[in-house]
Design a protein around this ligand. Structure first.
Ligand SMILES: Cc1ncc(COP(=O)(O)O)c(C=O)c1O
Length: 388
């Protein structure tokens, strides 16, 4: 059977290739240290699990409205107001099956065939693939370490063509850990406003910002910016709920309606009892998020300390999310060679930056134990030390 043309254009996931190699080695009993996983290593907090289990016991096992249960949409609306200073009515919020699904729905709802989407690189690897899947054209704009891996207004303007429909801003960013300041966002927003470019603002890592960085939601900048923005967020990263598959998109009323409609014909609603867990996540105590934040920050600092001792590897101090992007250009290897050789020789799994549109880097996730961090970076040090 011939797969569709659309699917044939998909790039196979490099992350998964390395990940499955590492898993196969682990299954053989080899002591592999994994820095690949883009997910919290914590368990979902107990009160969230209890809420979902309680709802199952109570028989909350049927279809819900496709856009999500009203009490969750209200809780999200309140959260966006309180945490982000964003005014979205519950009717403007559509709950989806993970923030990835929210991004996908947002693109499907707004892009026509051939519409161009500006994606600053290094990027989260699903963005270009999702854009292609819905018929759009990804326009990759490489950023530099000098700009902190952030796209500048000039770069944004230069990348624009008459077909430009949208820019994707991911702050805090995966894989860079970059956090845009209010001024930087304002500069980008001005360019978007000039040409009525839509903004997909992926804020899934908002709870994990460090040092003096502050998370800003671009839609707060002005009413006009708000009207161009689709804000994506969710539960996977802040509450260690990756397997629950719950995210949401908040958008101007008309777009939200369309997303609800297309979701009703694809996945219907997000899982009923998972939504009750999400409700508990937003309504319950937030100290669990603060504890995870504290632990990520401790690990982040230790990772930077250990990398500083290696030499020939540089990085831009990550201010958000739970990743560090290491520049390995001085080792003379490209990102795939580095990742493959590191795995083969020292049994350490990292993600080659090629997957994120930057072949001179590899990504490490510090959503792993301090013991793994200590051991893994010692092995990376050995590996780099032995390179000629
Ligand atoms: C930038 C970014 N956005 C969205 C997602 C998807 O999150 P979810 O698990 O909620 O679908 C990820 C997951 O890795 C991510 O890194």
């Amino acid at each position: 059977m011939e797969p569709s043309r659309r699917v044939q254009e998909l790039t196979p996931s490099l992350t998964l290739a390395i990940d499955s190699k590492a898993k196969a080695m682990k299954a053989e009993g080899i002591d592999v240290i994994g820095f690949g996983a883009g997910e919290p290593d914590f368990d979902t907090p107990e009160h969230i699990k209890a809420a979902a289990m309680g709802s199952l016991d109570a028989g909350f096992t049927k279809y819900t409205p496709s856009s999500g249960i009203p009490e969750l949409r209200t809780a999200i609306s309140e959260k966006l107001k309180k945490d982000n200073r964003l005014d979205y009515k519950p009717s403007q919020i559509i709950v989806n099956c993970g923030a990835k699904h929210s991004c996908f729905n947002a693109l499907l709802a707004t892009l026509d065939e051939g519409d161009e989407v500006i994606i600053p690189a290094p990027y989260w690897l699903s963005y270009p693939e999702m854009v292609k899947l819905v018929g759009g054209v990804p326009v990759i704009v490489p950023t530099t370490a000098e700009s902190g891996y952030k796209i500048t207004p000039d770069q944004f303007r230069d990348a624009m063509t008459p077909r430009t429909k949208m820019i994707i801003i991911n702050t805090p960013g995966n894989p860079t850990g970059a956090v845009y300041t209010e001024n930087e966002l304002a500069g980008l927003a001005d360019v978007a406003l000039d040409e009525d470019i839509l903004i997909l603002s992926d804020e899934i890592y908002e709870k994990f910002v460090y040092d003096d960085a502050k998370h800003i939601s671009i839609a707060t900048l002005s009413n006009d910016v708000y009207n161009l923005t689709l804000t994506v967020n969710g539960f996977s990263k802040p509450y260690a709920m990756t397997g629950w598959r719950l995210g949401y998109v908040a958008a101007p009323e008309g777009v939200a309606k369309v997303i609800d409609s297309l979701q009703s014909h694809s996945t219907s609603n997000p899982t009923s009892f998972a939504q009750k867990g999400a409700l508990a996540a937003y309504k319950g105590p937030q100290d669990c998020v603060m504890e995870m934040h504290k632990e990520y920050d401790r690990r982040r600092k230790r990772v930077m300390e250990l990398v500083d001792g290696i030499g020939r590897i540089s990085y831009v101090r990550p201010q958000g999310a739970f990743y560090i992007l290491l520049n390995i250009a001085q080792t003379g290897l490209n990102s795939t060679q580095f990742a493959e050789q590191l795995l083969a020789k020292e049994k350490v799994a990292v993600v080659p930056g090629l997957a994120f549109g930057d072949d001179s880097t590899v990504r490490l996730s510090y959503a792993t134990s301090m013991e793994n961090i200590e051991q893994g970076l010692a092995r990376i040090g050995e590996f780099v030390g032995k390179l000629s």
